[in-house]
Design a binder for this molecule. Structure first.
Ligand code: GRF
Length: 198
């Protein structure tokens, strides 16, 4: 089995990254976390990744200002250097140009803490609570130019409880995320979750 070379892109805490790193330790896991990239130099997740012995890179977006294409060229160079085949976005808080997304079409995954297409964008847990949803959850999907949209690879639902706040709901959903992302990446790396554009 050749393991797919995966880059995880983060901006923050990195708990989904940690779950993916953990899963990839299994001998039969079809993906190798070959690189962790953070656009935030002091993100907690990048420290964790270093401590876990991962290959890491920091690509601060700030010097690029509004020039997304220049940021993406620098990112693409790093991905090329490490011969990356799949990208997992895990709390990565930058939007990509349509060109970059197109280049990685069917090879870039994202996780969002709601049952998409419900509650995309910011504050999904607040959105779920305001809507009175009785169930929420998490979604892993292929990335398309539209934010928090794209073909769904896997979902796990989570109950919304009567006295939930955005924080308590987020914590319950996060546990599901940590199961879901490794399972979804497994399917894609094994070639099952391949996305053929309609
Ligand atoms: C997760 O809830 C993920 O679904 C969302 O951002 C959060 C990142 O958390 N996209 P972490 O950095 O993986 O802990």
């Amino acid at each position: 089995m050749t393991r797919k070379r995966v880059a995880i892109l983060i901006s923050g805490r990195g708990s989904n990254m940690a779950a993916l790193i953990e899963a990839a330790k299994a001998a039969d896991y079809p993906a190798d976390i070959a690189l962790v990239v953070s656009n935030v130099p002091d993100a907690a997740g990048i420290t964790h990744a270093r401590e876990a012995g991962m290959t890491t890179a920091v690509l601060d977006h700030k010097p690029f200002g509004k020039d997304r294409a220049a940021f993406e060229s620098a990112l693409q160079r790093i991905l090329n250097e490490h011969r990356i085949e799949l990208i997992c976005l895990a709390g990565f808080m930058r939007l990509f140009t349509a060109e970059f997304v197109q280049r990685w079409s069917g090879r870039m995954l994202n996780i969002h803490p709601s049952l998409l297409p419900l509650f995309p964008g910011l504050d999904p847990h607040g959105q779920a609570l305001r809507a009175g949803a009785k169930t929420s959850g998490a979604t892993v999907h292929f990335v398309i130019p539209e934010t928090d949209a794209g073909p769904i690879i896997a979902q796990e639902s989570v109950p919304v409880l009567a006295h939930d706040t955005p924080d308590t709901l987020a914590a319950r959903v996060l546990e599901a995320e940590h199961r879901l992302y490794p399972a979804a990446l497994r399917r894609v790396a094994e070639g099952e979750g391949r996305y053929n554009q309609p």
